[in-house]
Design a binder for this molecule. Structure first.
Ligand SMILES: [Ca+2]
Ligand SMILES: [Ca+2]
Ligand SMILES: [Ca+2]
Ligand SMILES: [Ca+2]
Length: 297
């Protein structure tokens, strides 16, 4: 018995060390709340956000950003970006994601929050994006994009939804970009599929809600992550590793030979996290969040 307790303590200790060692990548899973079936189609606006979120932390670059560089969090071959800078390496804290949260309260909507390092404003010229990977192959399928929402009320006016119908997103890599057409098809089936607003509670948050029917209902499974992209980035040019090599893109690490940023600037994203299911240990999903290894039974 003592031996099992000892092993248990060792596992707990290792997990604690992992949790402290990797704060920018850690993903915390929230329990799913099953909703009643059959699921009625929702209409009207999303509601207030409730329940426990799943949270993805992202690198915050406010210390090094003003020095025209970053310390960590940008790995282009993994599709991970930390480039909230313009072409002159001027830092935009309102475009620097610090965390993302996703809520599935079971009311017909899925809610997401993007928390920026500073209150977002129109001068940031930034779009806020949630990317969905519906077949969970580690390649995005849909972008729900909004420019800066007008206010604290849910509205569709700033939102557009783009799909990769011809499935060419992330089929190349940074060494041989596929030069595809990204998320080329505008989704028009339901003009009220997604809403956005500024948070009524936290001035640093942009919120996006979309119908859970889009991901297959209350038990739907998908991978997700969030982006900020300057509004000069069309959905057809995302992700940028499909369009540019590392040399063309430039690098935000000061001592790197490819510093400073060149073609790929004005961009931040998070790692990818699963919703509705779990990933344990090693995964082949590109840019996946680091998750603790499965417990040994
Ligand atoms: Ca990032
Ligand atoms: Ca960031
Ligand atoms: Ca996919
Ligand atoms: Ca495409």
């Amino acid at each position: 018995m003592k031996r099992f307790i000892f092993i248990g303590l060792v596992v707990v200790s290792i997990l604690s060390v992992l949790a402290f060692a990797m704060p920018s990548n850690l993903v915390a899973a929230a329990a799913e709340t099953p909703s009643p079936t059959p699921e009625p189609a929702v209409t009207g606006e999303p509601h207030e956000i409730s329940g426990a979120p799943q949270i993805i932390h992202d690198q915050v670059s406010k210390t090094w950003g003003p020095k025209k560089q970053i310390l960590d969090g940008d790995t282009m071959y993994q599709g991970r970006y930390e480039r909230p800078f313009d072409q002159e390496m001027l830092y935009f804290p309102g475009a620097d994601i610090s965390l993302a949260a996703l809520y599935r309260p079971g009311d017909g909507w899925i809610y997401t929050k993007l928390r920026l390092t500073q209150q977002p404003k129109a001068d940031d010229k930034t779009n806020y994006v949630i990317e969905l990977d519906l077949d969970r192959d580690g390649r995005g399928d849909t972008l729900i994009m909004t420019s800066l929402p007008a206010g604290n009320k849910w509205a569709t006016g700033t939102v557009s939804v783009w799909e990769d119908k011809n499935k060419d997103v992330e089929t190349g890599d940074v060494n041989s970009p596929n030069k595809g057409d990204g998320y080329e098809t505008k989704y028009t089936e339901d003009p009220e599929m997604a809403f956005a607003r500024l948070s009524p509670d936290n001035p640093q948050d942009v919120q996006i809600a979309f119908k859970q029917a889009y991901i297959g209902g209350s038990k739907g499974m998908f991978l997700w992550r969030v982006w900020t992209v300057f509004n000069t980035w069309e959905s057809t040019k995302i992700p940028p590793e499909d369009q540019y090599t590392l040399q063309e893109a430039g690098v935000p690490y000061y001592l790197n030979a490819d510093y400073p940023l060149k073609a790929v600037y004005g961009m931040d994203n998070t790692c990818r996290a699963p919703s509705g299911y779990e990933i344990y240990g090693q995964t082949r999903i590109k840019g996946s969040c680091v998750v603790p290894a499965a417990p040994v039974h």
